[in-house]
Design a protein around this ligand. Sequence first.
Ligand SMILES: NC(=O)CC[C@H](N)C(=O)O
Length: 235
Amino acid sequence: MVAVLVFPGSNCDHDVYHAAKHVFGQDARFVWHKEASVGDADLVVVPGGFSYGDYLRAGAIARFSPVMKDVVRVAGAGRPVLGICNGFQVLCEAGLLPGALLRNASLRFACKDAHLRVESTATPFTSGLDAGEVLTVPVAHGEGNYTADADTLDRLEGEGRVVFRYVDAAGEAVPEAAPNGSARNIAGVANAAGNVVGMMPHPERCVEALLGGADGARVFQSVFDHLAAGDGVAA
Ligand SMILES: NC(=O)CC[C@H](N)C(=O)O
């Protein structure tokens, strides 16, 4: 079962539900943030949006929602957890992922397609992809400027925990390719175990040709294949 968390202000929850339920035929359920448990979910998705209106900092209030205790628990048990956009911000605020998402360097909301190079296949969300392949996935955020101190960035790079990097049309990670000023063009990172991934781009917005592209479906296909193979849940 796929648990799609819903906070006051989430607005990409239905897109994730549609992708999981209607494109991939999975059992998907919305889980209101006041619930104490994600149930028997074998995948938890923290979707995008403006939880609590982005007051204080994006994700800073949502991380105190009751359901987040259980998300921390299942993440620790090795179950796959994906944070998309505001979900990535929530996972950083909750301490499940390192670093923080600051205001975009442009101080403007960025809404456009981005090219993402797959940097690590050591996560359930990318194990079905090829390292170095480039996906086209839209971004839509005002606070996507990934930041961490130099030691943390070096550690993430050294441990292969940079999962996606913004690149240009030629596949090069030039600074201009990042829509937000992210350190080292980082678009997505993983925790040390690899089961928790946060990414600013929205794979759920490109899961079928009708939406203008289907590269995001590769990310969902990867995790569903991983779960079907039976190696998703540490008991
Ligand atoms: N699409 C989103 O999830 C937006 C995330 C967040 N509210 C921002 O603007 O940075």
